[in-house]
Ligand binder design. Structure first.
Ligand SMILES: Cc1ncc(COP(=O)(O)O)c(C=O)c1O
Length: 394
């Protein structure tokens, strides 16, 4: 047996394609913030991107990216550590630290790498990383990479965390790792209790704010939403969602960021974020400060969809954010619903285990127009009787 032998017997994807129910790697031929054109020419209302503020196609952001490519080239061809650092990266760090209210920031090439850098850069054998059961894959991978011991606690269950931390307090250095906003459920972490428990047991709290940064509290994120920015020692961000670009950052105290600058392997051994991606993130950061209405608009759009989907009889969970999960049933019914919605001109994400239990992950943006949202509602209404087992009451 070799390590590649299992590939020949991996037939799940091929079977799903043959059944016309393969929801991954779809080609999009073009898009604006609220709609997308599929490769076969169909236009769909995009209810599945993370472009929360509608900035990825904003002409100012696109223009900033183009100018940076013209000035610095298409890529930096090296890590920031050696030859890939630009004034743009440094400038973005200064403006991120100031906006998010932390002493310092470190810009990395993706949010995934920000998590790897922060957790594996600070934790090692002998330490313990406490992970929420629903933590993002990048946080799990980071904890595994660190070679620290991993202790899981039940999702958002601070009693479980407290019990587990109290058992090891004083015997190891501990980090508590959570998402600010959970990417599949759209629910928030119980930050005040997490801060209190981490402080009580001397654990370092890290909040991955990939989905809260740029969105909650006029963009200042989950920690600011709870008024706890100074009490959270480490915050990680991505630029691939509200910032409409690619890249990531770690926010923290000066000496921690300086340590990571010289010890985070995902920063030191990977090429820096491209000039255009960095300039786009910087431009988005400036726009979101100048146009805080965008955070209100995405929240209003999501509230509208939450109300409409609930009224149609869909089960939408406990989300308070632009991410709204829609429960349909098992994997096959979820895929069938996903397919029917595309036929109605509505694109959502079909999520299957192991990412999460089967659901449609819907998400909304500040740039969606009323007309687009009504089209999305009409799509959900049209397929409802085919995809929901519960009797319709609207
Ligand atoms: C919670 C969370 N953290 C981190 C990441 C990784 O971000 P990036 O796309 O910048 O690598 C994601 C993206 O899927 C995410 O949802």
């Amino acid at each position: 047996m070799s390590v590649i032998d299992k590939c020949a017997s991996y037939t799940r994807a091929r079977e799903a394609k043959a059944a016309g129910l393969y929801p991954y790697f779809l080609n999009f031929d073009g898009r604006d913030a609220g709609t997308a054109r599929m490769a076969d020419g169909r236009e769909v209302v995009m209810c599945g991107s993370n472009d929360y503020l509608g900035l990825s196609t904003d002409p100012r952001v696109v223009e900033a990216a183009a100018r940076a490519a013209e000035r610095y080239g298409a890529g930096c061809t090296g890590s920031r550590f050696l030859n890939g650092n630009l004034e743009l990266h440094d400038q973005l760090e200064r403006e991120l630290a100031e906006f998010f209210g932390k002493p310092a920031a470190l810009v990395l090439t993706t949010g995934y790498q920000a998590n790897l850098g922060a957790i594996a850069g600070l934790c090692g054998p002998g330490d313990i990383v406490f992970l929420d059961k629903e933590a993002h894959a990048s946080l799990i991978d980071a904890a595994r990479l660190s070679r620290a011991k991993i202790q899981w606690f039940a999702h958002n269950d601070t009693d479980d965390l407290r019990a587990k931390l109290s058992r090891v307090a004083g015997t190891a250095d501990c980090m508590v790792v959570v998402d600010g906003v959970y990417s599949m459920e759209g629910d928030l972490c119980p930050l005040p209790e997490l801060v209190e428990i981490s402080d009580e047991f001397g654990a370092t709290l890290l909040v991955d704010d990939a989905h809260g940064g740029g969105v909650l509290d006029k963009g200042r994120g989950t920690s600011s939403h709870f008024g706890l920015t100074t009490s959270v020692p480490l915050i990680t961000l991505t630029f691939s969602k509200a910032f409409g670009s690619i890249g990531g950052a770690i926010l923290g105290d000066e000496e921690v960021i300086d340590y990571l600058r010289h010890n985070a392997r995902s920063l030191m051994f990977s090429a820096s974020a491209s000039p255009s991606n960095t300039a786009a993130a910087l431009e988005s950061l400036r726009i979101l400060q100048a146009e805080p209405w965008r955070c209100g608009a995405v929240s209003d759009n999501a509230d509208f969809m939450r109300r409409e989907l609930t009224a149609l009889g869909y089960e939408v969970g406990a989300s308070q954010t632009p991410i709204i999960p829609v429960e349909i049933g098992d994997g096959v019914s979820t895929l069938l619903a996903w397919n029917l919605l595309i036929e109605q001109g509505v694109y959502v994400n079909a999520v299957l285990p192991p990412a999460a239990s089967p659901r449609l992950r819907t998400s909304y943006t500040a740039a969606q127009t009323e007309e687009q949202l009504h089209r999305a509602v009409a799509g959900f209404r049209a397929v409802r009787d085919q995809v929901l087992r519960v009797p319709a009451h609207v």
